[in-house]
Design a protein around this ligand. Structure first.
Ligand code: PLP
Length: 287
């Protein structure tokens, strides 16, 4: 059975799923998105992702395209039709279709909604986590509202390509003060030389990662020490461990930064344990 996508009220074969050429998401990146990890066909961290979707839309004055209850049903139906148990569900909401003009269409048009579902190769993703991945650093060059999850991802795409070309998996943006902000599609963490966990605070220009938020709860419940404050790439190299979090990466150990080893260059016990605990927690609360 082939993949199925949802486009503006219809389920259609993935290969035939189209949006209008004047969709403002396509022309102006005037759109937001969300990505849920799927465990056993259920949406992970539902609360956090729905809350962030509402916030992102609100910041751009785009209406919620439907109620949360209706959207949950549509997302779950998309997952069911694709028969995916472990994977990702992607939702994009644009301001809608209108003749090209930078200012918002007046009167407003209906937001355009697209959903796609993809399968994760669990064995490959566990093997990658067991081995750890490399990250490269790259100068922060994004706009000032990275807290809004918009599809304006060109700097992220270029950074990710830089990582890929270097044989790494993720790129960490580094701001003017020399601190890591976050990854191109993940939040960045270290276990510092004293064994304390550290990740950038959300006063910085970063996306408030839902996985990050759930993991903070997990960490506190475990009684581990954690600080939300900046670190530099040099701090990461001097750290015991590093890792990234996101709906796609879950909790993924980082063993090199710009080709140099983090700690002893091996996957550390804290990241490995937090990955396990995060997955347990996400499975238990998925809907
Ligand atoms: N930071 C950026 C720039 C991202 O694109 C993502 C996810 O796509 C994240 C962080 C992690 O966010 P979440 O844990 O909500 O997936």
């Amino acid at each position: 059975m082939g993949r199925i996508a949802y486009v503006n009220g219809r389920f259609v074969p993935h290969g035939e799923a189209m949006v209008h050429i004047e969709d403002r998401g396509y022309q102006l990146a005037d759109a937001v998105y969300e990505v849920w990890a799927l465990f056993g066909g259920k949406l992970a961290d539902p609360e956090g992702h729905f809350a962030r979707l509402k916030r992102s839309l609100g910041e751009l004055s785009i209406d919620m395209p439907m109620s949360r209850a209706a959207l949950t049903l549509v997302l779950k139906e998309a997952v069911r039709r694709n028969r995916v148990l472990n994977g990702l569900v992607y939702l994009q909401v644009s301001r809608g279709v209108a003749p090209r003009d930078h200012a918002f269409p007046n009167p407003p048009v209906r937001p355009a909604v697209v959903i796609t579902v993809s399968r994760t190769d669990l064995a490959a993703s566990e093997a990658r986590a067991a081995k750890g991945v490399g990250v490269v650093t790259t100068p922060e060059n994004r706009w000032g509202r990275c807290d809004i999850k918009t599809v304006g991802l060109l700097p992220n795409a270029l950074a990710k390509q830089k990582a890929r070309a270097a044989g790494a998996v993720e790129a960490w943006f580094v701001d003017d003060l020399g601190f890591v902000t976050e990854g191109a599609s993940s939040n960045a963490w270290i276990v510092d030389a004293d064994g304390r966990l550290r990740t950038r605070d959300t006063n910085a220009n970063i996306l408030r990662g839902v996985t990050r938020l759930t993991l903070l709860d997990v960490i506190r419940a475990e009684g581990l020490e954690v600080e939300e404050r900046p670190f530099t790439p040099a701090d990461a190299l001097a750290a015991q461990e590093a890792f990234i979090t996101g709906a796609g990466s879950l909790v993924l150990p980082v063993v090199t930064v710009d080709g140099r080893p983090v700690g002893d260059g091996k996957v550390g016990p804290v990241a490995a344990r937090l990955r396990r605990l995060y997955i347990e927690q996400a499975k238990a609360t998925a809907i």
